[in-house]
Design a protein around this ligand. Structure first.
Ligand SMILES: [Zn+2]
Length: 276
């Protein structure tokens, strides 16, 4: 499943591929729904609109135009790609939407498993939009995601630290892979109740989370399963996982075997010797 770094990689890839303010000629919907119905007014709303910015909020991508924004979520297997001919767009190939630009190119949304989302966000609706409201702080925002914030919000919480930092209402985009990796580097046991995290541990967790997400973005995200960058290349972060999917293999620090267990419904990996 694409996590924040993959979505950010997709965002910056799209931004550079699209270039400056490409004008939408037409939005073609190849099916009425993906995970949810696609708003029927999408084609009419975005006709002749220039894309002024490609933004990310949590794991959502926003294509901003003067009229409104096209909101998308990649779900499990979604991707955007840019093609130069309509012959490269195929409904039978799980392409669900094609944005035709005035310059002859097409931006195509493909999603074989259809857990993704395509929606419309009007200006001023971002904090109340059903998909965006209630989202926590951005982990890469160093004014909001701080040790003080994490310490304050975790007080009296009995939930496991791993479940806590994956709670999208607290902080967005720290998905399953990055949660295991961050807790390992911060030397915090994933099962430790969030309310017992010290201020120092919160500080370490904030710092390493940011470092890991930035590293993953630099490397183009973890390329697992169907995820591909906007240009079609695979990412490379999976080669540098220290604990994720390394159950039974030796800890790179102390050589003890990495433990694995399902916590909060998700596979979790840690070193019982290094993480307290
Ligand atoms: Zn270890």
């Amino acid at each position: 499943m694409p996590e924040l770094p993959e979505v950010e990689t997709m965002r910056s890839g799209l931004e550079s591929l699209l270039g400056r303010s490409p004008v939408i000629r037409e939005v073609k919907l190849l099916r009425p729904d993906i995970r949810f119905p696609i708003p029927k007014e999408l084609p009419k709303t975005f006709r002749d609109q220039p894309i002024l910015a490609v933004r990310r909020r949590a794991k959502y991508l926003l294509l901003d135009t003067p009229e409104a924004s096209i909101l998308s979520h990649l779900g499990m297997t979604g991707s955007w790609r840019l093609v130069t001919s309509l012959s490269e767009v195929s409904k039978g190939n799980h392409d669900h939407c094609a944005i035709a630009f005035a310059d002859g190119r097409y931006l195509v949304y493909r999603d074989p498993r259809r857990f993704g989302v395509l929606d419309l966000v009007r200006h001023g609706e971002e904090s109340t939009h059903p998909r965006l409201r209630g989202l926590g702080v951005e982990p890469l925002d160093d004014t909001l995601f701080t040790a003080e914030f994490l310490f304050a919000t975790s007080r009296k919480r009995k939930v496991a630290s791993k479940v806590f930092i994956m709670d999208q209402r607290i902080v967005v985009g720290i998905g399953n892979i990055y949660a295991s990796e961050a807790l390992y580097r911060a030397r915090i046991r994933p099962t430790k109740p969030a309310g017992r995290l010290t201020k120092d541990e919160c500080q370490r967790l904030v710092e390493v989370s940011r470092v890991i997400l930035r590293e993953a973005i630099m490397q183009g995200g973890s390329s697992i399963r169907d995820y591909r960058q906007a240009s079609g290349e695979s990412g490379g972060f999976q080669d540098s996982h220290l604990v994720y999917e390394r159950g039974g293999e030796p800890c790179r620090e102390c050589r003890h075997p990495i433990k694995s267990k399902v916590i909060g419904g998700r596979s979790t990996y840690w070193c019982a010797k290094c993480q307290l």
